[in-house]
Design a protein. Structure first.
Length: 346
């Protein structure tokens, strides 16, 4: 092995998906795929999700949603929630992708493109419940619902979902957000059917706050075994990826491995616990194209070193590394460059 590898376990991803679904039932899992499935590779993640029976996929943007549709074929529901330009809206409509709508301007654009193409747009209307990451303000919600119902009557849209993001700043604020969310649902039911897809929670709240879950739960990081920063380990969940580099030189009390900051490893991770063939070791230094690791008995050129993973070789998880530099485990994975090969190992 010359280039470092991100080794992916299909078995573990399928196991995690099953554990998540058991935990959140009867809420339905929406498997989130943003940032190329959190750096794991979108195609592999979708194919594994499909084999595991996942029906909902959160693609974030329309471009990714189209890729997901090409993998799924006619199967499954895809949700793209980032505000998109007209050409992207057209692509979403042609590829049977649900759109998240969080502003009156975007709603008007979706209605216009759906009318022009003669394709009914499936929309999930977003209510701002306090995070202020777009979404209709509570004071404009009734008028927006009225506008949506007119567009439904004209055949331009179908209101299939209501959703929001939690701030997750405190339980009290999340409780307030839930009340706002439930009120928005109640208002929607005064003029028509309440949509089937009601989703408020992402990974952490879906896992620990069952009363906040809707009919759908958007879960990304936990499916891949990435726990929340400063959060407890997840029962029944394990990291599905391990980052492995090869020893290229043995010298003195250190070995050199072929991975460095140019590969996306933050130099500030020096001092972290990594895995070696003899168990836990220390990442002494991160240089541009290589890194130094504390030596172990019998160390030899060609030996593997585990930068992060599930702990099977004494290494830390991606989130444990991230906590050293005040970030989240997703960042450690998503910043890895294309020089690191993605390899499915089981």
């Amino acid at each position: 092995m010359i280039r470092p590898e991100l080794r992916l376990s299909t078995r573990r991803l399928a196991w995690n998906i099953a554990a998540v679904r058991d935990r959140i039932a009867p809420s339905e899992l929406m498997m989130v795929l943003k940032d190329d499935a959190y750096g794991h590779g979108l195609t592999w993640a979708v194919e594994t999700g499909l084999a595991a029976g996942v029906d909902w996929y959160g693609a974030y943007d329309v471009c990714s949603g189209v890729r997901v549709r090409e993998i799924l074929g006619a199967h499954g529901r895809i949700f793209a929630w980032v505000t998109s330009i007209d050409d992207e809206i057209d692509e979403a409509l042609r590829h049977d992708i649900d759109l998240g709508v969080g502003s009156t301007e975007y709603l008007s654009a979706v209605i216009a493109r759906a009318t022009a193409l003669g394709i009914r747009a499936r929309i999930h209307l977003k209510i701002d419940t306090g995070l202020h990451r777009n979404g209709m303000l509570p004071e404009e919600w009734e008028q927006t619902i009225a506008d949506v119902r007119r567009a439904e009557a004209a055949g331009a849209v179908a209101l299939v979902g209501i959703w929001s993001h939690l701030a997750e700043a405190s339980d009290e604020e999340d409780d307030d957000a839930r009340r706002e969310f439930l009120h928005a649902i109640e208002v929607s039911g005064r003029s028509g059917e309440v949509p089937d897809a009601l989703h408020l929670t992402a990974s952490a709240a879906s896992w620990w706050r069952p009363e906040l879950r809707g009919t759908v739960s958007r879960i990304g990081a936990f499916c891949y075994g990435i726990r929340s920063a400063d959060g407890p380990d997840l029962e029944g969940i394990a990291p599905v990826a391990e980052l492995v580099a090869t020893v290229t030189e043995v010298r003195g009390d250190e070995v050199t491995v072929g991975i460095g900051s140019f590969d996306g490893i933050p130099s500030r991770l020096a001092g972290s616990t990594i895995g070696t063939p003899a168990g836990a070791g220390t990442l002494v230094r991160v240089d541009e194209a290589s890194s130094a690791v504390s030596i172990w008995p019998g160390a030899a050129v060609g030996d593997p070193v585990w930068i992060f993973g599930a702990g099977d070789h004494g290494e830390s998880s991606a989130t444990t590394l991230a906590e050293r530099i005040d970030t989240v485990g997703e960042e450690i994975l998503t910043r890895l460059t294309s020089r690191i090969r993605r390899v499915v190992v089981d």
